[in-house]
Design a protein around this ligand. Structure first.
Ligand code: GLU
Ligand code: ZN
Length: 314
């Protein structure tokens, strides 16, 4: 930390993270988020941590985690400390579930996707619910007595309205009953759900700002709700635009986005800096990856991404 004239004032060190799911190789869209997070952390002399979100074993692709580390390494996106793997944190998630259960905030749910009719999204009048997406859970199992031997998911009561300020997207407010309803923390197959795992891991890694793609913006209300229930600090949130293809479709593993080519790291970094609207100067065209990253850190301006939901590539 610098701090020549703030020597007596302790400001917390920025701690950010990149948390890819190892469901395939890093594609251009995930690299865009990775570089933004790296620059956001390094430009504040902060830490940038790496976590592999490998809880969903059936969706995990063998070798993908190692490939992700190699790609980041090839580009010079050096993370701090040891890589965290969610699959090694199961006791932490269990502990949180026990705590929530002891407060009477959980209940078993035996509903099936089919019985909930999740296939047909609905638009709620006068609600903050998105135009499409699954309808909020109607709370069937909150009211009925369950046979504990039946396979069941665990849901958390979510009856609040959550307001927060996203550093790029501004003030937002979500009524949980209108958007998600009581949501799942542990799936019927026993797998810990994304919201719970993310909140627990961000807490244990002392993340000060969660930076990720705007496609995960709607997750934030659920995650803040969990933090509130668990008595954790909320921290800062920053959601950046997502990269979309010529058809306007977000790059993702589901839509077949291919591995980023890290054979020419300098060229890829310049391309990503341009996509991040940082206007890298022509002089950098002969620079090394290291020099380009140094320039990126020194000139990082997150405000260039304000009020943009998607960026087209190519
Ligand atoms: N693992 C999640 C994903 O790859 C990201 C989690 C997060 O950044 O909160 O979509
Ligand atoms: Zn149910």
């Amino acid at each position: 930390m610098s701090g020549q004239n703030t020597a007596n004032r302790k400001s917390p060190v920025y701690r950010g993270r990149f948390a890819p799911s190892p469901t395939g190789p890093l594609h251009i869209g995930s690299m865009f988020t990775a570089l933004a997070g790296f620059l956001q952390a390094r430009s504040q002399n902060g830490l940038w941590l790496l976590r592999i979100d490998d809880l969903d074993a059936p969706r995990t692709f063998p070798g993908a985690a190692d490939g992700i580390l190699q790609t980041l390494d090839a580009l010079g996106l050096q993370w701090d400390g040891a890589v965290a793997y969610q699959s090694k944190h199961l006791p932490l998630y269990r502990e949180a579930l026990d705590l929530l259960d002891s407060k009477g905030l959980l209940y078993p749910c035996t509903c099936s996707r089919k019985s909930l009719g999740e296939a047909q999204p609905v638009r709620q009048e006068n609600s903050s619910a998105p135009e499409t997406g699954p309808r909020p859970y109607p709370g069937f199992c909150a009211l009925r007595k369950q046979n504990p031997d039946l396979p069941h998911a665990l849901r958390v009561k979510a009856r609040d309205t959550i307001s927060f300020i996203d550093h790029l997207q501004g003030p937002l407010s979500y009524s949980l009953p209108d958007t998600t309803g009581d949501f799942i923390l542990r799936r019927k197959d026993g797998i810990i759900a994304y919201h719970l795992a993310t909140v627990i891991d961000d807490y244990h890694a002392q993340i000060t700002e969660t930076l990720r793609g705007i496609d995960l913006l709607d997750s934030t209300a659920c995650q803040i709700h969990l933090k509130n229930l668990l008595g954790m600090p909320v921290g800062d949130y920053l959601h950046i635009p997502v990269l979309v293809d010529a058809q306007g479709v977000k790059y993702s593993k589901q839509t077949g986005a291919t591995a980023v080519d890290s054979g020419n790291p300098a060229q890829l970094l310049l391309q990503l800096l341009a996509l991040l609207k940082q206007n890298p100067p022509l002089e950098l065209s002969d620079a090394s990856a290291m020099e380009i990253l140094r320039w990126g850190v020194a000139h990082w301006d997150i405000d260039q991404l304000r009020n943009i939901a998607a960026i087209r590539y190519p």
